[in-house]
Design a protein around this ligand. Sequence first.
Ligand SMILES: NC(=O)c1ccc[n+]([C@@H]2O[C@H](COP(=O)([O-])OP(=O)(O)OC[C@H]3O[C@@H](n4cnc5c(N)ncnc54)[C@H](OP(=O)(O)O)[C@@H]3O)[C@@H](O)[C@H]2O)c1
Length: 285
Amino acid sequence: MKILIFGKGFIGKRCKDAWGDQAILSDARVNSKEDALAEILKHQPDAVLNCVGSTGKPNVDWCDSHQLETVHGNTLVPILLAEACAEANVYFLHMGSGCIFYGDSTHPDKAWREHDFGNPLPTYSRTKYATDLVLSTLPNVGIARIRMPIDHIPGERDLITKIAKYPKVIDVENSVTIIDDMIDAFYKLMEKKAEGIFHVTNPGTMRHRELIALYEELVDPDHTNEWITNEELLAQGLVVKGRSNNFLDSSRLLAIGIVMRPIGVALRDTMEKYARNVGKVGKNG
Ligand SMILES: NC(=O)c1ccc[n+]([C@@H]2O[C@H](COP(=O)([O-])OP(=O)(O)OC[C@H]3O[C@@H](n4cnc5c(N)ncnc54)[C@H](OP(=O)(O)O)[C@@H]3O)[C@@H](O)[C@H]2O)c1
């Protein structure tokens, strides 16, 4: 399979590294359908993966003070890419986010289904959800929603490195995405040209406390941090808006035969690899 990736950020580069010669990481800045179409016609891919986004620096709070830039990266560009893919008759997989759901769903298990309506609050989540609404019914288009990616390669965007560095951590329970499993699921979604929304999260949930306990067991027994609540995180000015915490149901992925490892198994495996990688590059990258 030949995959054309747009968006040379954290996930785009990680997917390119994993897929090697099967993937092309586009250098193009996409600001029109023509920009995207030129790249697609040049490379003739079997599938396009959109890893473009306005994710905010140093974090998503940036998006609230840069609303139009955020709309551009998270909503306009994906629609332009979808138009170009439709014109070239190429399957399009767009990266969505599970952070469009805040709190519990109304289902008895509290988990959000793929086609539940979101309740996004901050600009980042609103712009991601707006895109899901317009792309989710298009033919030959899939949306892969991930949450809080966890990688075995230490780096500032990976959840292990981020959480281990914070002196104050909230102990929340969430659906999360192990990057190795995500890369495999993305590949299979593109192979199958799967349409509609998919929650690309590992079955089960994870508490930050579990991640830190494994970190202290396998990476750094001397690690310490203070535990605070989501409300204290806001009240102490450590973030501008409260973070999304939720559980996602990933039945649609399973229904088409794409299996991700249970989070307990995948997290331990990832932390063991992370520990070996820290040994190579020095603690916390
Ligand atoms: N990482 C996560 O925690 C997470 C979780 C859920 C969903 N997602 C979604 O996954 C996708 C990839 O995330 P990421 O973590 O890899 O983000 P990232 O590191 O910020 O990468 C996004 C990339 O898109 C580029 N970009 C922005 N506008 C562009 C344009 N018009 N044309 C071409 N490239 C453009 C950015 O370049 P510049 O920096 O130069 O603008 C950046 O390299 C995003 O859609 C994000 O919303 C990420």
